[in-house]
Design a protein around this ligand. Sequence first.
Ligand SMILES: C[S@@+](CC[C@H](N)C(=O)[O-])C[C@H]1O[C@@H](n2cnc3c(N)ncnc32)[C@H](O)[C@@H]1O
Length: 281
Amino acid sequence: MASSLDLIQQAIRDLPESDAPHLDARWLLAALLDVPHNDPSLRTDLEVTEDQASAFCEQVRRRANGEPLAHILGEWEFYGRRFIVNPDVLIPRPDTELLVDWGIEILKGCQRPRVAEIGVGSLAVLASLALEIPDLEGDGVDISAQALAVSRQNCRLHALEDRLQLHLGHHYEPLSGRYDLLISNPPYIVPGDPELEDAVERFEPEMALLDHLDGDGWGHHRALIDACGGYLSESGGLLLECGRGQTEEIERYALGKGWDSEVRADLSGILRAVYVYQRGK
Ligand SMILES: C[S@@+](CC[C@H](N)C(=O)[O-])C[C@H]1O[C@@H](n2cnc3c(N)ncnc32)[C@H](O)[C@@H]1O
């Protein structure tokens, strides 16, 4: 038997590159022992079997190699709920919770809203909206069959199969009819951008991160704006997450195409999302 305190102290020493070694160690050990990560006894004297201790050391080794905590745990929290993740999907980011907050606000008062998300990945965004708005029905699209497999697991995990349909395809292609809200956090990193060197992103799919459409970072945004008119209800709009410094160009583009727009910042104060809607609505 080993003690949880000894294991945590050793893990902290083994994770010198981590921003938060205490948290990493506590989350990993808590998941293995099936106790809450803030359980105070983790920091003192919980007993850990030899098998659990060696599994923990292996996980700490993976973490020390830069693998994201979310991948080692196999799940991540978004908008207060647990979502299954693996290397086939983007790990949902706290910044993206802005899309859910704003989406809820946009749909306030709308009866049985129809929503479609382009690029669902883990499904964290569309599922969170559906769980916050019980009469919402929607469609999710992703071009990656592997990502779609994860979104199907999360659809089941949150018992949303009756309300959300998932489709393999490019942008709006699999959709039909009109929606009260179209939403997307498309890939927006310029290929070759040093941001990709970030340790987390080395472990995430390029298809979720890099703008391969036009290569300038906002090719997906242009394409989604160009075609959204064919899928929006009269009062509907398109809500897009954007990369740092992209919102001004995206707004100018939307205005040039005859739409109105609004921009909001994320919790760090970075302009993060643009809402594109019918002029005068
Ligand atoms: C930045 S991730 C967003 C994932 C998730 N919605 C989130 O916010 O955490 C972008 C997603 O778009 C998908 N994608 C990339 N190109 C696409 C396309 N042309 N059509 C549909 N989905 C696409 C990727 O596979 C990936 O799952």
